[in-house]
Ligand binder design. Structure first.
Ligand code: GLY
Length: 364
């Protein structure tokens, strides 16, 4: 399967390949476009341990420089970016190189950020190995790192030249990582496609069993939805914000825990909170929220998860990138498959009393 994502700015185009065992296809791409360029593989340490032999077997003729990136959100820092850049410089890597990320969202965001500034920009290829990175992080050119003040606060928009979504990597993905991807799948369906949401409800068992046909369909539909959103708004000036449903609170929870809770866990709690907020704001009916929670339960997500008190979250909510004058803004579900939008605005300030009431209802 092949999709093309056209990012209008500078007419850059990302070709998205989807299928099982795509390394030979990536090799053909490199031979056709980059056979004379030094190749750098930035690989998540776990992926290198599990798939290093396979990667070397397919890519050895390029004699790539392989740089291992420690797994986990703690690698998404300015310090790690500098460390990677120093390694490239020490190895004589220059303007003619190509950087390939092989890993989850952390590796892809970090590698994309390095690629966007190294020698003022070198071609970037993304090979997402987690479900989350396949359906979300690798699509749409966002790169960046976290700081102690919050998630993704430093970064660039830098479309990759190609994305190779190879479902082979899902075979070794841990259950929590797989579930973290499913949260983003549910999120995009909730924000944009009620029929897809119902498909997910109906096929929860085969998806959880990772049946190849179901997975391909889930990834294809998620990527197609995200592609349409990114094409309409590559740099998140408006409509792309809908992808942040559940994430204003999700990112605040993640950052306030110093990234001890995973992105997936944080977004599940963020969704619980933001669906309650949408209900209390009168956008989502109690029946619809019940259906959403029942679907989360069907996928094995805890719908009774708790969140910390507001005083622990307030600064992180204020630091969210959608905030204006330090006031957090939320994407509000308007039923299933739609979000509230008025006059080109997709994220909204909500009365502090409403935020407080929802936190109080959900906190331990
Ligand atoms: N992950 C949200 C976005 O790419 O816009």
């Amino acid at each position: 399967m092949r999709l093309e994502l056209v990012v209008r700015k500078e007419e850059r185009k990302t070709v998205i390949h989807l299928g099982e065992s795509l390394l030979p296809e990536m090799k053909r791409h490199l031979l056709a476009k980059h056979h004379k360029n030094p190749i750098v593989l930035l690989v998540d340490a776990n992926v290198l341990r599990l798939h290093g032999r396979l990667l070397r077997m397919h890519l050895q003729e390029f004699r790539p420089l392989i740089v291992s990136v420690p797994s986990g959100e703690h690698s998404k820092t300015r310090e790690m970016k500098a460390r990677v850049e120093d390694t490239l410089l020490q190895n004589g890597i220059g303007k003619d190189s190509v950087i390939i990320a092989i890993g989850g969202g952390v590796t892809g965001d970090l590698a994309g950020f390095v690629a966007s500034t190294f020698s003022r920009g070198v071609p970037f290829i993304n090979v997402p190995t987690t479900l989350l990175a396949m359906v979300d992080a690798s699509i749409g050119g966002k790169t960046g790192v976290n700081t102690s003040k919050g998630k993704n606060l430093i970064g660039t928009f830098f479309p990759s030249e190609a994305v190779f979504i190879d479902t082979h990597f899902l075979k070794t993905l841990s259950e929590p990582e797989f579930k973290a991807g499913l949260v983003e799948v549910l999120k995009i369906a909730l924000a944009r496609d009620a029929r897809f949401f119902r498909f997910l409800q109906k096929n929860a068992k085969s998806i959880l069993r990772r049946e190849p046909k179901a997975l391909l369909e889930v990834i294809h539909r998620s990527v197609a939805l995200k592609k349409a959103i990114v094409e309409a708004d590559p740099e998140e000036r408006g409509p792309r914000q809908v992808l942040n449903v559940g994430h204003t609170m999700g990112h605040a929870l993640e950052a306030s825990s110093q990234f001890r809770i995973s992105h997936g866990e944080a977004v599940v709690r963020g969704m619980l909170f933001e669906t309650l907020l949408a209900q209390k704001a009168g956008c989502l009916s109690p029946k619809e929220r019940k259906e959403i929670l029942a679907t989360f339960t069907r996928f094995g997500f805890p719908v009774n998860a708790r969140i910390p008190p507001l005083k622990k979250l307030a600064l992180f909510l204020a630091a969210d990138k959608k905030s204006k004058q330090g006031k957090p803004r939320f994407v509000l579900l308007k039923g299933i498959g739609k979000t509230v939008s008025t006059k080109g605005q997709h994220a909204f300030e909500v009365r502090p009393a409403l935020i407080r009431a929802c936190v109080e209802e959900l906190h331990d």
